[in-house]
Design a protein around this ligand. Structure first.
Ligand code: C2E
Ligand code: CA
Ligand code: CA
Ligand code: CA
Length: 279
């Protein structure tokens, strides 16, 4: 038994080393990707249900490696967060999206409001405020075009700093959206502590909202609470007409998901923009 225990430990150490090595390699490759422009933004259209038209996009990052493989953000954002590279990733994304929005506006298109995912790590240092306002000015993007999405991740860690950053950027004219709403346990207190303009109902509720009575009531409750607080509501991950039907009836005003459109490369958005978002 002792021998067996020993070999288990070394096998464990082996896998540990393996994981650490993979992470170190990924971190190195990501650093390279940031400098050499291998990170690319896709844009997922958002639909306003009352107007029946496009009302904005969510920018979603993709890593296109030299060999053509595309790596999902789910596989590298956590590594970026743990290594501190997230600071550079977030700034890269901000710059890239502002540049795209400026190009659409200059070409006469109306992209509505464009949402950017910001890691809560970026809400720990106040210099992000200057970075964002300088970048807006540099690209001549009206602040009202930009919405920043955060999950509740680290919002409670450094409340004063996060509040100051959010209020200062709101004063500049940007909007704030709380992502994956309903999944964490302090969601309600966040709505009071931070200046959110929108909440995004998490896909896990939307998934079976038309079948699961509990998720249906939670979704209805979230929507009516948001309305009474004057906060806009968007549902993510809407894939079917049944889900859409439920959300319409529950008074949800915007949706995003494969039902309307998957995330698209920037140049595929132009057709949609030219047609006012009617697919
Ligand atoms: P998220 O912000 O919750 O983004 C929504 C995810 O759901 C996206 O995955 C999107 O492609 C996917 N999705 C959209 N519609 C549907 C649908 O109808 N059904 C299903 N099953 N999925 C749908 P993606 O692009 O892989 O992004 C994963 C996560 O990575 C994002 O979750 C976000 O937390 C993070 N992320 C993505 N882009 C960025 C970025 O630019 N910066 C940062 N910091 N994080 C990002
Ligand atoms: Ca998001
Ligand atoms: Ca989300
Ligand atoms: Ca989600």
């Amino acid at each position: 038994a002792k021998e067996q225990g020993k070999s288990q430990i070394s096998r464990f150490e082996l896998t540990m080393n393996d994981t650490v090595q993979k992470r170190v390699a990924l971190e190195r490759d990501l650093r390279h990707a940031i400098s050499y422009g291998e990170l690319e933004m896709f844009y997922q259209p958002q639909l306003d249900l009352r107007a029946g038209a496009l009302c904005g996009f969510e920018a979603l990052i993709r890593w296109r490696m030299a060999d053509g493989r595309i790596i999902s953000p789910l596989d590298f954002i956590p590594v970026a967060e743990e290594s501190g590279l997230i600071r550079d990733v977030d700034r890269y994304v901000i710059n890239c999206v502002f540049q795209q929005v400026a190009a659409w506006l200059a070409a006469g298109y109306d992209p509505g409001e464009v949402a950017i995912n910001i890691s809560t790590y970026s809400l720990q240092e106040h210099d992000i405020v200057a970075y964002i306002s300088d970048t807006l000015n540099r690209h001549h993007v009206p602040a009202a075009r930009i919405k920043l999405e955060v999950t509740e991740g680290l919002l409670m860690k450094n409340v004063d700093t996060a509040q100051r950053i959010m209020n200062d950027l709101k004063a500049v004219g940007l909007k704030w959206s709380i992502d994956d709403f309903g999944t964490g346990y302090s969601a309600l207190s966040y709505l009071r502590k931070y200046p959110f303009d929108q909440l995004k109902i998490d896909r896990s509720f939307v998934e079976d909202v038309h079948l699961n009575l509990e998720n249906a009531s939670v979704t209805r409750a979230i929507i009516s609470m948001a309305h009474s607080l004057g906060i806009a509501v968007i549902a993510e991950g809407v894939e079917t007409a049944e889900q859409l039907g439920f959300l319409l009836q529950a008074g949800c005003s915007q949706i995003q998901g494969y039902y309307y459109s998957p995330p698209l490369p920037a140049n595929s958005c132009v057709q949609l923009l030219a047609d006012d978002g009617v697919l």
